[in-house]
Design a protein around this ligand. Structure first.
Ligand code: ADP
Length: 159
């Protein structure tokens, strides 16, 4: 059984995240989406809200599970005996950040293998922070997030 972990903030889940999940879940027998709860970060959606959204969105994919983790991802991976981490890469800026992160994770646990998946060209300028900024000003985010997330953003920002 080949299993992998896809960690992130997913604040909120975007079509870019979902595209990586769809593609990774067809490459691995099981994919665990880990929603980060980092007390140092400010989120728009609580961890419970982000997990609930993600669970609903991945419901059709039977080999994908979603859970919250509030510590180092390597600790989760050690505990669950899951050595493969998937990260999405939109461009060279993402890559240099993700590369450093993978080096840090490797130094923490030499068994961890990071696999980078390149974005789909449709989503290469798509990031959750831009979605939030656009939604804050009541802009149209329908080509960036699924309808469920668009609805949740409308409720948050009252439009
Ligand atoms: P974090 O808060 O951990 O930086 P995010 O929640 O923004 O990450 O994203 C989680 C993962 O999804 C990261 O690996 C990120 O590079 C990837 N990702 C985000 N947006 C996209 C996108 N549009 N296309 C491909 N991968 C993406």
């Amino acid at each position: 059984m080949l299993k992998a972990v896809f960690p992130g903030s997913f604040d909120p889940p975007t079509l870019g995240h979902l595209n990586i999940i769809e593609r990774a879940s067809s490459l691995f027998d099981e994919l665990v989406v880990v929603v980060a709860e980092n007390p140092q970060k400010k989120y728009l959606f609580s961890a419970e809200e982000r997990v609930a959204l993600m669970q609903e969105l991945v419901r059709p994919q039977k080999n994908v599970t979603v859970l919250i983790w509030n510590s180092l991802i390597v600790e989760f991976m050690k505990q669950q005996d899951l050595p493969i981490i998937i990260r999405g890469v939109r461009g060279t800026d993402d890559f240099s950040y993700e590369f450093e992160l993978s080096m840090i994770n490797k130094a923490l646990d030499a068994n961890i293998e990071t696999i980078f998946m390149t974005t789909d060209p449709r989503y290469f300028v798509l990031r959750a922070s831009a979605v939030k900024e656009l939604a804050f000003f009541h802009g149209d985010v329908s080509n960036m997030v699924p309808p469920l997330v668009e609805e949740a953003l409308k409720q948050k920002y009252h439009y």
